[in-house]
Structure formats: C-alpha cells, structure tokens
Design a binder for this molecule. Structure first.
Ligand SMILES: Cc1ncc(COP(=O)(O)O)c(C=O)c1O
Length: 409
C-alpha cells in the first residue's frame, strides 16, 4: 500500500484511502465535510521517535508538549499518557493541564504575559518552573513564593538573537546588573534554567546550532555575574515528523550533544518543548471542492479561518476521489472566505481532472490550525479521533459549540 503525504497512517489501497485502518468512504458517508481528523497512533509514534532519538544522546533529557500547538483535551490526554510534560503559556492552559492530571512537576509555565493569577496558581500547585520573558516578573514570583513558603525555580528566556525577534531578555549590561541584584534580594526564587526557542519549522540544522550557541554564550555571561544555570531548555521549532526525517532529527540531536560536550559547561538537564513535531502530521482535513475556475483554482469548503496561514503548516493536497490519478497538474487552492486573500496554496501538483464535490485531503493540519483559527461566521468542523479501525467524534459543533479553550476549562 502506498503512503499518502509520507504518513504511515494514510494509505492508498486500490482506489480507496485508508485513514489508519478506517476507509475514508465510511467516514465520508457518516459525516459531512469539512471534517478534521486526528490520528492517535501517529501522535504516539511521533512522541516515541522524538524521545528515543534525544534520550539516546542525553540521559538527562525531559520533554514538555507545547499546549498551544493543539489544546484539545483528547489530544493532550494522549500526550500525557506517553509521560510527556506540559509547556503552558497562560492561565486557561494551566487549568486545563491540571484538570487533565498532568503532574505539577512536569509543568513549565512561561510567556510574555504572566498575570498574577497565573503566577499565584502556578506556585500554589508547585509547578516545576516559571519562565520569565520580563525581569520585572521575578518580583511577583518571589512575592507568591513567599506567600506559599517555598522557593520557586525560575527559567530565564533569553532573546535568541534571531533577526528582529522581540521575545525574551537581552542580557546586556544593565539587565545583568539588575538580575544579579534581584538574585541577591529575592530569596524565594532560584534562577536555575535558561530557555531559547529560536523559530518554527526549522528544517535546517544550522538554526539549531545558532540557538544552542546563543544559549551557551548566555550561560557563560550569567555565570560571570554569579548566576549558575543548571538546566538548558532549547524550546521547540521542529517541523512535522513527516517533513523532518528521523535521520535529520538524529543529526540534530547528535550535533547538540557534541557541541555541549566540547564546551566547558556543567548542566544537569536538557529540556525540549515540541509542539508541531508531536501533532502536526497527526491532523488532516477532509474537505470538498465547491467551485472550480477556468484557470484551475479550486475552492475548498475550508479556508484560512480554520486552516490559517499563521499556523505555518506544511500543507499537502490529495484528491481522495481520484487518488489513483497522477498528481502532477498545477492547481491553486482557495478557501471560502469572501476575500481574495483566502488562498491556501498556489500551483500545487494535483490531478488533471477535478470536479465539484471531489473530496480533498489536506494533510499536516494538526498543529496551530485550531489555535490560530478565527471567528469567521462559518460552522466549525466535526473533529474525529481515529485509532486502528475505530473512530470517535471528539468535537461536535452542534452540541459542543466551540473549540476555544474558554469553553473547555
Ligand atoms: C517557548 C516555546 N516553546 C515551544 C514552542 C513550540 O514550538 P513548535 O510547535 O514549533 O515545536 C514554542 C512556539 O512558539 C515556544 O515559543
């Protein structure tokens, strides 16, 4: 059986598409399009690949799933059951992680905006680390750590020096003096980790090296100012697992380990926070063509409101109604928002024959599509979770109403 989109859980069998072991026809008979499908086995495989590769280089590696990639409870539950921790940016995500039973010593909180309520709840629950993007947050953390009579571990998010990034702390002289003074005066915090998340969809090993070098440089600077870092957090940024080969992942893991071996830094643990790698290629849309123009633009019944450019997914398009026909004729795909800007792809290789009502599979939509989706006034899709030869609906727009995190917690 031939794989579709390089995904072992999407196969072509004769003239039929199998989603894991379920026929697409069976699903299409029961549910109207558009439909968003998640592949449980793929999520588990991606986690196992990632942790196997990095754990074989680092005995002391820990993994935290970036909830913002996809915070659907059923998805997070699968990830938790694989023993992965949570990387959280806000109060609602924290409430969700706690509700799902993520152990607090496997939760890292951090972001450009840490409201007091978030800091309070984090410390009250004994979460592992709080990542600060703003030095002033240290005082608030110290205040709540004092309130709960504990010492809170803190991570400094440094500015990765990536061209024009505004995220994180730039450790220039005044900031370092401020930090060293705060370290002395704030006795309920312990600055013990450093984080640098460089970018998204990093297929080039050089980007990982740049990120690591920036971390190493900053660890040395901090040490010179009396701050000893124990844990290195390299964030996420890995592409979908079908886009980044295991070999490339191994090369990245090895290179990171080799560089760390050659510099004289004593660190205890290394953390990774993948989002897209775990769930990106575990999501796919089943959609249909609703209109075709003479110059080969196919309009699908999804658009940027639910499959947004912002999500930076590696979108791939397959004509499920003509899966055996060669996909080598340039076709452009537009969405259904009444705007010429609603373009999903231009000049993508697709089947020569296309008809309205053809079913189209859009792959690699598991990460960030829902997070960046907007409130454009179309109905949300049904969402299914497929595993082996079974499937269940995990979101029904009629009864569940909304996928937003506000409606979950
Ligand atoms: C600090 C941090 N960690 C992890 C991630 C997850 O990134 P990705 O989904 O690209 O792996 C992000 C994404 O923005 C991030 O900012």
């Amino acid at each position: 059986m031939k794989l579709i989109s390089g995904n072992p859980y999407l196969k072509k069998k004769d003239d039929e598409v199998l989603i894991d072991s379920v026929s697409i026809n069976e699903i299409a008979e029961e549910f109207k399009t558009p439909l968003l499908i998640f592949l449980e086995n793929r999520i588990r495989d991606n986690i196992n690949t990632f942790t196997r590769v990095f754990s074989s280089e680092f005995k002391n590696s820990e993994y935290f799933y970036s909830f913002k990639a996809n915070f659907l409870p059923d998805i997070c539950r699968i990830i938790k059951s694989e023993g992965i921790g949570a990387e959280i940016i806000g109060l609602l995500e924290l409430k969700l992680a706690l509700k799902l039973g993520f152990p607090s010593d496997k939760i890292i909180i951090g972001g450009p905006y840490l409201p007091e309520e978030l800091i309070d709840l984090s410390i009250k629950n004994g979460i592992k680390e709080i990542v600060v993007y703003n030095i002033n947050d240290l005082k608030t953390i110290n205040f709540y750590a004092q309130k709960y009579n504990c010492i809170q571990d803190v991570c400094i998010r440094i500015n990765s020096q990536k061209y024009r990034t505004r995220l994180g702390i730039n450790l220039e002289k005044t900031k370092l003096i401020q930090l060293a003074n705060l370290k002395k005066s704030l006795s309920n915090i312990k600055i013990c980790s450093i984080l640098s998340h460089y970018s998204t969809q990093m297929n080039n090993i050089e980007l990982f090296i740049k990120n690591l070098n920036s971390v190493i440089e900053n660890i040395k600077i901090l040490l010179r100012h009396g701050i000893k870092i124990d844990n290195i957090n390299l964030g996420g940024g890995f592409p979908e697992a079908t886009v980044m080969s295991q070999n490339q992942l191994k090369k990245i893991a090895r290179k990171i380990r080799e560089i760390l071996d050659t510099v004289s830094i004593n660190y205890k643990n290394i953390y990774f926070e993948p989002g897209r790698y775990f769930v990106g290629d575990a999501g796919l849309f089943i959609t249909k063509i609703v209109k075709i123009t003479d110059d080969k633009w196919a309009f699908l019944n999804i658009g940027n409101h639910i499959c947004p450019k912002f999500a930076r997914c590696s979108l791939r398009f397959y004509n499920a109604s003509r899966i055996n026909e060669p996909h080598k004729y340039k076709t452009s795909f537009a969405g259904i928002m009444p705007s010429d800007q609603d373009v999903l792809a231009k000049n993508y290789f697709f089947t020569k024959n296309i008809k309205e009502e053809d079913l189209v599979i859009v792959t690699n939509t598991g990460a960030y599509c829902l997070t960046f989706s907007n409130r454009f006034p179309y109905s949300l899709p049904n969402i299914l979770l497929v595993k082996d030869n079974t499937y269940k609906r995990i979101f029904n727009p009629i009864s569940d109403k909304d996928i937003s995190i506000n409606s979950i917690v």
